[in-house]
Ligand binder design. Structure first.
Ligand SMILES: NC(=O)c1ccc[n+]([C@@H]2O[C@H](COP(=O)([O-])OP(=O)(O)OC[C@H]3O[C@@H](n4cnc5c(N)ncnc54)[C@H](OP(=O)(O)O)[C@@H]3O)[C@@H](O)[C@H]2O)c1
Length: 191
């Protein structure tokens, strides 16, 4: 099962190139991220890995896969505990994961370039929709983006459906699932 987890504004902003950081601190979002990803595989770009404070990386209790053109090793099987391996192309890694880790869950955790490349491969999207006005997020050329319009177009085409929504004053938690070819929602326990 391939999941995508992201905190994003309605205009698609997820962070900033110049600071290589988020534009908000939402403790409940960090807790949800930890709870959902714990025990699973997390796939990220090199810049996102470097944005995690050193004392927290690799992310504990998760197999960390970091994409970089500089540090390519052949894909390897992953253990269940904290580990770190380097991959190159995130799309190729997901293909390898599906063929070799059936029954396990992978979470694409960013950043912008990795979301862009992997959006169409994800079965489930765990979205934190951040209310930009409450968090004072302003647009600027240095913002890093998530392809939110492509996600929204999945609703109009009927290939995606919202399966859970929790409202909070300054953010919403959304779960969005992809429909299979027959229109039925893919079950979360299927790989
Ligand atoms: N709001 C959220 O939920 C969220 C989540 C995660 C990250 N973020 C934010 O996103 C920003 C970082 O995103 P980003 O787009 O700048 O960087 P990124 O996607 O995290 O990392 C990009 C790097 O990944 C490697 N990479 C990506 N695709 C590759 C490919 N096909 N083949 C080989 N290597 C590949 C390259 O590393 P090399 O340069 O080493 O080759 C590339 O420079 C930060 O501001 C961060 O805070 C936000």
């Amino acid at each position: 099962m391939i999941n995508c987890i992201v905190a994003v504004t309605s205009t698609g902003i997820i962070g900033d190139f110049e600071t290589n950081d988020l534009l908000w601190r939402i403790p409940e979002d960090m807790k949800r991220f930890r709870d959902l990803t714990m025990g699973h595989v997390v796939l990220m770009g090199r810049k996102t890995y470097e944005s995690i404070p050193e004392k927290f990386r690799p992310l504990q209790g998760r197999a960390n896969v970091v994409c970089s053109s500089e540090k390519h090793r052949p894909p390897v099987m992953l253990g269940n505990d904290t580990s770190i391996v380097c991959a190159q192309d995130p799309v190729e890694y997901i293909q390898f994961f599906k063929e070799n880790h059936q029954g396990r869950q992978l979470f694409v955790i960013g950043g912008g370039s990795v979301y862009e490349q992997t959006l169409d491969l994800c079965d489930r999207f765990c979205i934190t929709l951040v209310h930009e006005q409450i968090h004072g997020v302003q647009d600027s050329p240095s913002r890093v983006r998530f392809p939110i319009q492509r996600l929204f177009s999945g609703f109009s085409s009927g290939s995606l459906a919202v399966t859970d929504m929790q409202m909070h004053p300054d953010y919403q938690f959304l779960t969005i699932d992809r429909r299979g070819a027959n229109g039925a929602l893919r079950r979360h326990d299927q790989n």
